[in-house]
Design a protein around this ligand. Structure first.
Ligand code: SF4
Length: 431
């Protein structure tokens, strides 16, 4: 699990006597933000009872040997007094902890210091993009500069701030993707970690979010109950990744499918653009960093552990082998875009080749799905093909929020004739 690696990066994780298990729990639900791709699951923002929280922590520690803890939720940090009380409880029970969802504007510089002293190893911000245009379309309500400043303070306080991105919003283009790649490269240099482990999601329209409404206004998602039901069946149990993406950017699908890798190609170009300082952790200087106490010594691979890892991948993780065989060009791109070698190949040579390979793989996959759907007449397969074909050809060139863009489209449409239609619009607009 990725989060265990996050903990292993903190030298406190190997303190003698630390109980071995990890748990996660909520201390609040909802968010103060209203990002245009986000459904937010629950209305408003509410906080849980901290007395019950402490009882729960005690039970986890004493009965289940837990001393690694993940705070789930969307908006850790607000209100500040509440966040401080949570941190004090976790400190009291000597938990090492990580907050899995926070807005970068929630904290003052001194807050990071306080949380670190209370056992916090890191905070995960909803970064989403390094392009101001996309942040504005998403209505993130913060700037790239604010994001950079928050990530810098976290790094200066020795805290982890893993990055995750949401790409493919209406308005996304090759240019905004390159801006995001550059941003990731710069942040990675600042954090001292190569841009290997950045989570990239493709925007998925969910009911109640302006992105869903945008899809309906452009006819990608139907507005009749049967059509909406079909869409909901299509997206149920789906990951928000490239294979399930519905293209509403107005950019060719061939380009869009390559974005997930293009971000890493661009980020690595920036990361390796000038000599790395000692603080930056590469496979060559891990041992030096461990000696300097920047990372746990346990994380430095030895000859034996490297050998074990390869053996493990081949024998214990056949899934990786299967993935590589099923999607060879995705796999090739996944390896190449994280390599230093690729940074030496000009974009004009590398990108068209890799983009075409990814598109070829996608087309072959779709072809076989069509045949499979035809033979089995499976409903889910038919829906898959139907929604894969859907796309919106409109290009967004402004920095307006998607909510405002939707409102403008509605104003150019006939006014709702009945109360039901009026109410339906309220539902489309979401909370
Ligand atoms: S994406 Fe994050 S910050 Fe935005 S509304 Fe959702 S939970 Fe809040």
């Amino acid at each position: 699990m990725e989060s265990t690696v996050w903990f292993a990066n903190d030298p406190r994780s190997v303190e003698p006597g630390r109980k071995p298990n990890m748990a996660m729990a909520w201390v609040g639900k909802g968010c103060v933000g209203r990002c245009t791709f986000c459904q937010r699951f629950s209305k408003g923002y509410h906080l849980f009872d901290l007395k019950k929280f402490e009882e729960h922590i005690k039970e986890l520690k004493n009965r289940h040997d837990v001393q690694y803890f993940i705070l789930t939720g969307e908006n850790f940090g607000l209100p500040r007094d509440f966040a401080y009380d949570v941190a004090r409880i976790l400190k009291k029970h000597e938990m090492l902890w990580f907050a899995g969802g926070a807005r970068c504007t929630n904290f003052r510089p001194e807050d990071y210091k306080f949380f670190r002293e209370c056992g916090c190893i890191g905070l995960k911000f909803g970064v989403e993009s390094g392009s101001q245009k996309i942040l504005d379309i998403m209505e993130k309500m913060f700037s790239v500069e604010q994001l950079t400043a928050a990530l810098k303070v976290a790094a200066d306080n020795g805290m982890l701030a893993p990055l995750s991105l949401c790409i493919g919003m209406p308005g996304e283009t090759d240019e905004t993707i390159m801006q995001t790649g550059k941003f990731i490269g710069e942040i990675s240099r600042m954090q001292g970690i190569p841009p290997l482990d950045v989570a990239v999601f493709y925007a998925l329209p969910l009911p109640g979010a302006p992105l869903y409404e945008y899809g309906q206004l452009h006819g990608v998602i139907g507005t009749e109950p049967d059509e909406e039901e079909q869409y909901l069946i299509y997206i149920s149990d789906r990951d928000s990744d490239r294979t399930n993406y519905i293209n509403m950017t107005g950019v060719k699908t061939k380009k869009v499918l390559f974005w997930e890798h293009m971000i890493f190609y661009e980020a690595n170009r920036v990361f390796y653009s000038s000599p790395l300082d000692k603080r930056i952790q590469t496979s060559e200087n891990k041992a030096d960093n461990a000696d300097a106490g920047r990372i746990s010594k346990d994380l430095v691979p030895t000859k034996e552990s490297r050998g074990n890892l390869i053996k493990k991948v081949i024998t214990k993780n056949p899934q990786i082998m299967i993935t590589a065989l099923k999607s060879p060009f995705s796999y090739l791109n996944g390896v190449m875009c994280r390599s230093r070698f690729a940074t030496k190949i000009p974009r004009s040579v590398l990108y068209p080749i890799m983009r075409n390979l990814i598109y070829l793989e996608y087309s072959i996959n779709l072809f076989f799905r069509r045949i499979g759907g035809f033979i089995t007449n499976d409903r889910w397969n038919r829906l898959d093909i139907k929604f894969k074909k859907k796309k919106c050809s409109h290009l967004i060139t402004t920095n307006e929020s998607l909510r405002q863009i939707n409102d403008k489209i509605r104003q150019s449409m006939p006014a709702p004739a009945t109360l039901t239609e009026k109410n339906q619009i309220l539902l489309y607009k979401g909370r």
